[in-house]
Design a protein around this ligand. Structure first.
Ligand SMILES: Nc1ncnc2c1[nH]c(=O)n2[C@H]1C[C@H](O)[C@@H](COP(=O)(O)OP(=O)(O)OP(=O)(O)O)O1
Length: 237
């Protein structure tokens, strides 16, 4: 059976705040939860009754203390994250903002920090970020992507604590549009997203590596919705 087949999706948001004038981007160090100890954009689950844009604005305020006017939040893409042996896909609506109001502040979940475009800490970010974040920064959006992630193989030093932590560097080699993994599968461990431990001592970008990905950019309009087969179901006008 296809280990990346999904039967449902969870709708999430991811916001990148960009300071165009100083050529830098605001990221947050995730202190806990899924993706802990990685630098990430701001976002999370869209709540019932919310649009993705409303959810994105709320999460940005909760996690970084700043607000963005809805007209200033631009859709930059739609990414479907698929995790090996997990039937729930993450339909992630990606936004960018060049302007915000309020004072940036740390919260119990995220520690925000500015990074120059030249110093983005990709080695401490989700491994796929390097495939699509540059498109946002270069204005090559909106884009659509389907990204398949698998666990890195366990090493002797990898700890098993409520899940798996990846301690070895990525062995994937990315080419334009697809990735070849030289790593062996981590076996039959289920990638249950709520049951995954990331550790502070991991030197690389988390316990997952890219198995495969497909990105289309410069689409005529913003992708809006994803079908369960991973294709774009509709576009935003
Ligand atoms: N680049 C990348 N690849 C794969 N998966 C992800 C990313 N970036 C991400 O943020 N994610 C995943 C990890 C999490 O499931 C979500 C975001 O986490 P979080 O902000 O904590 O949101 P949730 O835990 O789902 O929900 P809230 O409690 O914050 O609403 O996306």
């Amino acid at each position: 059976m296809d280990p990346f087949r999904i039967t449902s999706t969870k709708v999430l948001t991811l916001v990148t705040v960009i300071d165009k004038q100083n050529q830098r981007i605001l990221l947050g160090y995730k202190k806990r939860g899924f993706g802990a100890h990685l630098w990430n954009g701001f976002g999370g689950k869209v709540e019932p009754g919310e649009t993705p844009k409303e959810g994105a604005i709320r999460e940005l305020e909760e996690e970084a203390g700043i607000t963005v006017h809805p007209d200033k939040l631009q859709k930059t893409g739609l990414l479907l994250f698929l995790f090996e042996n997990d039937t729930v896909g993450l339909e992630t609506h990606v936004y960018k903002a060049y302007e915000y109001e309020g004072e940036i502040r740390e919260c119990d979940e995220m520690r925000p920090q500015w990074f120059d475009f030249a110093d983005i800490p990709y080695s401490q970010m989700w491994p796929d970020d390097e495939t699509w974040l540059p498109l946002t920064l270069k204005g090559q959006d909106p884009f659509f992507g389907r990204i398949c992630l698998k666990r890195r193989p366990l090493t002797e030093s990898a700890s098993l604590e409520n899940g798996v932590s990846g301690l070895n560097p990525s062995s994937s080699t990315a080419s334009s549009g697809s990735t070849t993994s030289t790593a062996a599968s981590a076996g039959n461990l289920s990638t249950t997203m709520t049951n995954t431990s990331f550790t502070a001592d991991q030197p690389s970008n988390g316990p997952f590596e890219i198995f495969d990905y497909h990105l289309e950019h410069s689409l005529p309009s913003a992708p809006h919705e994803i079908a369960l087969d991973g294709t774009v179901a509709s576009y935003e006008n």
